[in-house]
Design a binder for this molecule. Structure first.
Ligand code: ADP
Length: 294
């Protein structure tokens, strides 16, 4: 019912007391390797909430690729269209400073090879999904091809504009909804500081998507479509680590839209999944089963 077209990365995390200056070496903590990537995060989050979920993407023929495959399989994600590319898997090199601040370098690896040909090979899976979810960590031509395939088959296209990048108008016009946080919203509206959320949602709607969801962290969500805008609160929870909250939110939104909820009801459910994900550290390890939702 939900298909994710997106990235699969190994997150390599080292804690440091301070970051090295150019030419300098510092010692860090033991390396921790987590399965990550926005696409894989969303697929795992949707599957864990009970969605029949498939992923379209690529990993490398290395140890990370095997780890990433195993993590997706453990949550029951359909891997028929997760291809293996000669060469390295995508990795995110993450240093965590003393204040918990992350500095991240993403090396796309196999994700950069996801192509319209992969989308053509996965046509039946994409066309059979009620909702197809996209982010921007795989090349835009693949995203565009898959979004067109999904929409032509009557599926619903959900695009998370993350990491923020400009996208063609005809892709925006397929989105129902476009999902952005405040920074991504401000980026799409021409840069500068985020404005008032309802005003940003209205301005984003004018860019052509059928509907818009602006996530506001602990402050909840704003949903907007042609019938108007509505604010949806987030449950109050103790925030431990917000990594991957947006992916949990989007996955849960896709699940409820696939099951027939309207946008506002789906966003209310998704806010519970996003809130659950901030209660534990990490991305995929923090994702809830239905009985863990606040
Ligand atoms: P992103 O991770 O993409 O920056 P947000 O920070 O807006 O996105 O988080 C996505 C969603 O996760 C929010 O809309 C909200 O539902 C939930 N969420 C995030 N942070 C919190 C928090 N501190 N308390 C409760 N819910 C949260």
């Amino acid at each position: 019912e939900v298909v994710v077209v997106g990235s699969v990365n190994a997150d390599l995390v080292v804690k440091v007391d301070r970051r090295p200056a150019p030419g300098e070496t510092v010692l860090g903590s033991d390396l921790v390797v987590h399965p990550g990537g926005k696409g894989a995060n969303q697929a795992v989050a949707a599957a864990r909430l009970g969605a029949r979920t498939g992923i379209v993407g690529r990993v490398g023929d290395d140890g990370h690729g095997r780890l990433l495959r195993d993590a997706l399989a453990a949550d029951g994600v359909d891997l028929a269209h997760l291809a293996t590319t000669p060469g390295p898997s995508g990795v995110a090199l993450i240093t965590v400073g003393p204040d918990g601040d992350n500095s991240i370098i993403v090396s796309p690896g196999a994700n950069a090879r996801v192509s319209p040909a992969d989308v053509a090979a996965a046509r039946d899976m994409i066309a059979g999904a009620a909702v197809v979810s996209f982010q921007l960590e795989v090349p835009l031509p693949a995203v565009q091809a898959a979004a067109r395939t999904a929409a032509a088959a009557g599926g619903r296209v959900v695009l998370n504009l993350s990491p923020p990048a400009s996208v063609p108008t005809d892709l925006l016009a397929l989105c129902d909804p476009l999902v952005v946080n405040e920074h991504e919203a401000a980026y799409l509206l021409g840069g500068g500081e985020p404005g008032e959320p309802a005003a940003m949602a209205r301005a984003l709607l004018e860019r052509g998507p059928h509907s818009v969801v602006v996530t506001l962290g602990a402050d909840g969500v704003l949903v907007a479509d042609a019938s108007g805008a509505a604010a949806v609160p987030s449950p109050k929870v103790e925030a431990v680590d917000t990594t991957g909250a947006g992916d949990a939110f989007t996955a849960a939104l896709c699940l409820r839209l696939a099951r027939g909820d309207d946008l506002r009801a789906a966003a209310a459910y998704a806010a519970r999944a996003g809130a659950a994900a901030v209660r534990r550290s990490g991305a995929q390890p923090s994702y809830p089963t239905p009985d863990e939702l606040p």
